[in-house]
Design a protein around this ligand. Structure first.
Ligand SMILES: C[S@@+](CC[C@H](N)C(=O)[O-])C[C@H]1O[C@@H](n2cnc3c(N)ncnc32)[C@H](O)[C@@H]1O
Length: 285
């Protein structure tokens, strides 16, 4: 249950117990919660599930830059002005990504993980929190090199539909390729006037969907490999742990979960995961 839901339920319980006034005043006087509620209605994104301190600071700084101190007032502005909502979404969902981000993780996947998964001939992969697709296209290129004969399917999902639309195009800037190997770029991407375009050979391995990781319960035992990197850092700890549990459930027996290079799964054994490689967990077979 989200913080907003919890607050609403608490308020309603207190109301029936005859103690409503002070609590409701507190919620109504909390411009951050009022803002979150409107934002949820406008975008379906539940900010109540993200770490409040970090998220609130970010939102207040952004509103103050627009000359607005009160978040209720700022909420009214983003409701009325779609371009302000766009600017705000750019700020909030933090879509930073790049091709071959954290190159050592890709080398390890190619050497230690993909060949194991390819023994069955078919590998199903989920890039959870895929932003504009750099991770999914890197996966596709690395799979083509490491396990060229395997049948590979890669799904990328992100809460931000603008990023999903961008991801479907498979177009990347020169800067997106700053850490990518030159030979990999030349083999799997065409250089175009303003950057790089994924070649059809890898484009056909990937597809993208809009999806909120906090709302979906993916079907159990579906994926051989899940990458969920640099996405949970914004979630509160209990929300993050619950998501890791759902991701573990979505893995096939013997499947792998890779997290970001500053992240970890807090109780892997409880989820039947073995911490087998750096930032990588394997589900019991
Ligand atoms: C920093 S990017 C990480 C992209 C990629 N995984 C990487 O490591 O390069 C984080 C992404 O998570 C997405 N995101 C945030 N909350 C989400 C949610 N509840 N469900 C799905 N995606 C979410 C954001 O829109 C953003 O594109």
């Amino acid at each position: 249950m989200s913080t907003l839901d919890r607050n609403a339920r608490r308020a309603s319980a207190e109301s029936s117990a005859g103690q409503a006034a002070p609590r409701l005043r507190k919620i109504a006087g909390d411009d951050y919660l009022v803002f979150c509620e409107l934002f949820l209605r406008l975008t379906s994104i539940d900010l109540g599930q993200y770490k409040r301190g970090q998220m609130e600071r970010r939102i207040r700084t952004f509103a103050e830059r627009a000359g607005i101190k009160d978040l209720e007032q700022y909420a009214a502005i983003i409701k009325a002005d779609p371009s302000e909502l766009e600017r705000f979404l750019d700020r909030v969902t933090i879509n930073v990504s790049q091709l071959w981000r954290n190159p050592q993780q890709w080398a390890m996947l190619a050497r230690d993980v993909l060949p194991v998964l390819a023994r069955d001939g078919k590998v199903k992969i989920w890039s959870a929190g895929s932003s504009y697709g750099a991770e999914a296209y890197t996966l596709a290129a690395v799979c083509r090199e490491a396990i060229p004969t395997a049948r590979v399917e890669i799904l990328g999902t992100d809460i931000d539909k603008r990023m999903v639309e961008r991801a479907r195009k498979g177009h990347f800037s020169l800067d997106d390729a700053r850490d990518a190997p030159r030979d990999g770029m030349a083999r799997w991407f065409d250089q175009v006037s303003d950057g790089w375009q994924a070649k059809p050979e890898i484009q056909k391995l990937v597809r993208f969907e809009v999806g909120d990781l906090l709302r979906v319960t993916p079907p159990a035992g579906t994926y051989d490999l899940i990458l969920c990197r640099n996405t949970v850092i914004y979630f509160s700890e209990d929300v993050r742990d619950a998501l890791h549990e759902r991701l573990a459930g979505a893995l096939k027996p013997g499947g792998f979960l890779m997290v970001g290079s500053t992240e970890r799964v807090s109780s892997p054994t409880q989820l039947k995961l073995d911490s087998c490689l750096p930032f990588t967990y394997r589900k019991a077979a």
